[in-house]
Design a protein around this ligand. Structure first.
Ligand SMILES: [Zn+2]
Length: 67
């Protein structure tokens, strides 16, 4: 998806929706920060993938949620 081709239908009508999406999945890292995900949405078939693209966010998620 991140190379602009849908893995389901092979369409190239992929849009990237990041922090501008109000209903994005946010993970609370601490009182001051949320990790915001980025979605890649296929506008032909509706399939989407979602990534936490900020490496610092991923590190914080790992530290918070690992056992
Ligand atoms: Zn598709």
């Amino acid at each position: 998806m991140r190379n602009n081709t849908c893995i389901k239908c092979h369409s190239s009508k992929i849009v990237k929706v990041g922090e501008e999406s109000r209903y994005n999945n946010a993970i609370c890292i601490n009182a001051f920060k949320n990790a915001i995900s980025t979605k890649y949405i296929c506008c032909d078939c509706g399939y989407f993938e979602e990534y936490y693209e900020n490496k610092n966010d991923r590190e914080a998620i790992y530290k918070k949620f690992k056992e």
